[in-house]
Design a protein around this ligand. Structure first.
Ligand SMILES: NC(=O)c1ccc[n+]([C@@H]2O[C@H](COP(=O)([O-])OP(=O)(O)OC[C@H]3O[C@@H](n4cnc5c(N)ncnc54)[C@H](O)[C@@H]3O)[C@@H](O)[C@H]2O)c1
Length: 341
């Protein structure tokens, strides 16, 4: 008699245990996923945005994907963004991710995935920062965090794990309380000089690596002159920069088709000029040496966020929890398994 397929539920605590302290490993698996994507060994359709006409700030995004190679899994991440949660003491984003078996299609696990998502986003940003900085010949020693929630904290952790060391750490947020909270977090983990920068201009001008992780829905940084020192910009929140700044910069994205959607800053730039020649290439192109970022221009990395990265990290978490013997399977999850009863 064949066994019923199993189904496991993996908690955020288990995901946290699997990834924390293993940042370099997560960065390596994210790099492998980018390479598989670049080689055409993934399927990554458009993300689907569920929006609510009377609540424009909120959304839930579906990211279906499939990854070949060692990852060998299909699946979907379903992630909510309700920015108003933060005022009530609850994180903005919440998520689950379903892993599907490639042989049968059966879902075999559901993971808490806000941590998977934050980890893959930070790993991607840290990978891009390292490869772009190294290709430009120098690692920045002055970092600026523009918008300081969970994603900024994860990016800081993953930059440190990837060997970045900072003499100056600058912090800017619309909320003084958030800026102070992040400054205090940095003070517990960093030796460099930490400054809260009250103005956006001050933050950008005093940083050679600028990390955007706000929840801005449209561009609020509009002055190309602020970038005259040609920083490396991790534009993780995607909608902060005016088209003029994008058009002035050397742009790297994760996937061109994906990034030219949903009113991201590159999408707005494309609408303004009617072409996408301002995109120098993808992170995969940087990894393979097909494009080399210049030291004498501002370099902007805008990652739309690919479901294939979530699947790669989730697959690793599943395998880690299974090997540890801590998988919580739901007995009888699949029923009606006999064709004729
Ligand atoms: N590209 C990707 O793959 C990817 C993945 C995950 C998250 N993200 C994005 O990262 C961003 C941050 O996520 P989070 O969970 O840390 O959010 P969060 O709500 O916890 O923190 C965002 C912070 O930005 C601040 N802020 C908002 N608008 C600002 C502005 N105009 N100037 C300065 N500060 C501002 C808020 O006060 C808050 O402290 C979100 O936009 C999210 O969509 C991108």
């Amino acid at each position: 008699m064949t066994q019923s397929p199993s189904f496991a539920v993996i908690s955020g605590a288990q995901v946290h245990e699997a990834v924390s302290g293993r940042e370099r490993r997560v960065i390596a698996m994210v790099e492998d996923a980018y390479r598989l994507h670049g080689e055409g060994r993934t399927v990554n359709p458009d993300s689907y945005f569920l929006r609510f006409p009377d609540e424009p700030a909120n959304r839930i995004i579906a990211l279906p994907a499939s990854v070949q190679g060692d990852v060998n899994v299909h699946g979907i991440k379903w992630i909510s963004s309700f920015p108003g949660n933060v005022a009530g003491g609850v994180p903005r984003a919440s998520a689950v991710l379903i892993l599907n078996d490639t042989a049968t299609g059966y879902p075999f696990a559901c993971l808490e995935s806000s941590i998977v998502s934050a980890a893959r986003t930070a790993a991607s940003a840290s990978l891009a920062a390292a490869r772009l900085a190294d290709a430009r010949g120098e690692r920045p020693r002055r970092v600026g965090f523009f918008g300081v929630g969970l994603i900024a904290r994860y990016i800081h952790t993953y930059l440190a794990a990837n060997g970045f060391e900072f003499d100056e750490l600058n912090v800017h947020d619309l909320s003084r309380e958030h800026a102070e909270g992040f400054r205090d977090y940095l003070a517990r983990t960093e030796g460099g000089r930490i400054e809260i920068r009250d103005s956006a201009e001050d933050l950008v001008r005093s940083s050679d690596l600028v990390v955007f992780a706000t929840v801005a829905g449209e561009p609020h940084v509009t002055e190309p002159a602020w970038f005259g020192h040609h920083p490396l910009v991790l534009h993780v929140s995607l909608r902060d920069l005016a088209p003029e700044i994008i058009l002035d910069a050397y742009n790297v994205v994760d996937d061109v088709e994906h990034c030219m959607k949903a009113n991201t800053s590159p999408h707005l730039a494309e609408q303004k000029v009617g072409h996408r020649d301002f995109v120098a290439g993808t992170l995969y192109d940087v990894l393979t040496g097909a494009t080399t970022p210049p030291a004498d221009r501002t370099v902007v990395f805008s990652p739309f966020g690919l479901g294939v990265l979530d699947l790669a990290v989730a697959r690793y978490v599943y395998d880690h929890v299974a090997e540890s013997g801590d998988l919580h399977e739901v007995p009888g999850f699949f029923h009606e398994m006999k064709r004729y009863g």
